[in-house]
Design a protein around this ligand. Sequence first.
Ligand SMILES: [Zn+2]
Length: 474
Amino acid sequence: MISSKEEKYFAAVDAREKDLTELSKKIWGYAELGLQEKKSAKAIAEYLEKEGFKVQLGVGSIPTAICAEYGSGHPVIAYLGEYDALPQLDQKVAAHKEWEHPETPELPGHGCGHNNLGVGAVGAAIFLKEAIASGAVKGTVRFYGCPAEETLVGKVFMVRDGAFKDVDCAMTWHSHAYNGAWGACYTCMNSVKFHFHGKAAHAAGHPFDGRSALDAVELMNVAANYMREHVKPDVRLHYSTICNCAPNVVPDKCSVWYYIRAPKRKDVDEVYSWLCDCAKGAALMTQTTFDIEFLTGCSEVLPNDVLEQVMLSAYKEVGAPKFSPEDYAFAEEIAKTYPEVLARDRRVMKEEYGENGDDKFLCDIVFDKVIENRLVAPGSTDVGDVSHVVLTYQIYVAGQGIGCPGHSWQMTAYSGSHVGFASMLCAAKVLGLSGLRLLENPELVKEAWDNFHKNQPEPYVSPLPADLKPNLEG
Ligand SMILES: [Zn+2]
């Protein structure tokens, strides 16, 4: 139960609703890609400084990462927040795409709601700061600004560089159509480019003088596609060829970008090593050479049963986001652009979670059941690596309508609308209250660590080479 004393911390978040919304709107407007989030990071850092946090802008090798803290001693409670956008989305808060920005169609947009993720975590940090400042609880609250989530870079590098080494517990959230605890494990991944080098020549006149880097890429891809039959069924390989050569030139440069995914790191490592052999074979066959650009890798998310219960019960106390009549009307209108997914997700709501959403366009209830409980979701997240070194848990908060496709113009519209801001405010309170419960009951932190050791299969090894630097050029 929320006590009258605790009401004050909720009031502190409510009192900043305007500020937090303005901050989120600003970041939505900046729409900066991963590792380029200079204005967004600066805006958050300045705001936290004004709120009395000790702020460090730039963490390890990432200038747009933030570590801000308030309080002292253990437990150290960390809130993780993102602020990177996606390429080629453009954006406008509108229910129909009868708009175009013909001169800027390639502009990035907040198609995953990360403008709200970062600011929601800021709100949670303020909630807990108020509790610590009042003397009611002891400990430290930290906000970690985590760049480049979309490219799975930020947190993996931050973990490798020791940014979380004295943290007891990390919490975060993501926008979704539903509200609830989020128990998915996600896949481990490597993101790697293979750059082949050959010898250019006139393709008609002197092809015998040339050695084709494109041939090497094609042969490597053929080998990889034959390899598919012999890897575990849940391994996923995707690639994209990068070659800008005219057909009448034997290309001396050609690259291929691979994602390798699997539920366990061991499988990613094994398939990656086999893929490197495919590259070697292709180079040998074509008399070309190649080098490897390892971009990033990540690990699966470890569940934590104790933290899950703490966050779910805090969520039940706070309740779902408070949507306005205009929000419901907006959701009903924009849902006309995704009728099939709306129907499917309403079905999922009922069949898998026992919640009736048949007449709903926005989810305004908190699920009793854990969403995607212990499922290996096919995507990947850099939250996984944090979960291997620190207690970590995440929740879903409805910042988009039921059925809204991810990484879409509809999602950018939601992220810049009051629906997204309502989810941000709700997340701030759930994360804040969860942190408070942990500081009030430090034995829960101990219990959660016992659970952590039970769930961690083997000691964590960073998927990144020790000397790898993030590619700040993007
Ligand atoms: Zn996202």
